[in-house]
Write a protein that binds this ligand. Structure first.
Ligand code: HEC
Length: 118
């Protein structure tokens, strides 16, 4: 699968300006299946259809965990918040290097937000 992370542009501008996430910042992670025989043939893989996507909202005021996670599957366009104490929060808080987000994989933000870069 190909995974694509996106952040709402206003939230990204705020992050670059202030060096922290605004309450209400929303990130998405989309999972795309890959084409078996793309035309023209390419080295590597290209996107096919959307398989599922996930949303991560950061909000210190609204959520006691400071964040909430949502999983959209099977073409759903609504999803309930995954209840507290879930694996999403555990992994993001343990392994993500900047406020529960994986900034360590993104060079522009990594250089700006992580003290040592990488
Ligand atoms: C075992 C670790 C792990 C678990 C469990 C996990 N994630 Fe993630 N998540 C990651 C990693 C690693 C990335 C970075 C992916 C990338 O940048 O390509 C990520 C990125 C994301 C992003 C986009 C950017 C960000 O950093 O927030 C969203 C949204 C997301 N995950 C939602 C979820 C949801 C919803 C769940 C639970 C259903 C979940 N994740 C569970 C490891 C995890």
């Amino acid at each position: 699968m190909i995974q694509i992370v996106q952040m709402e542009p206003g939230a990204y501008r705020y992050l670059k300006q202030h060096g922290n996430y605004a309450d209400g910042t929303m990130l998405s992670l989309s999972f795309y299946n890959t084409q078996e025989k793309p035309s023209p043939a390419v080295d590597g893989v290209v996107q096919k259809d959307l398989a599922s996507f996930e949303i991560h909202i950061l909000d210190r005021e609204k959520y006691s965990d400071k964040r909430a996670f949502f999983l959209f599957q099977n073409g759903d366009n609504t999803a309930g918040m995954i209840p507290k104490g879930n694996a999403c929060i555990d992994c993001h808080e343990k392994d993500a290097e900047y406020d529960g987000t994986f900034v360590q994989f993104y060079p522009v933000l990594r250089d700006r937000l992580l003290p040592e870069g990488l």
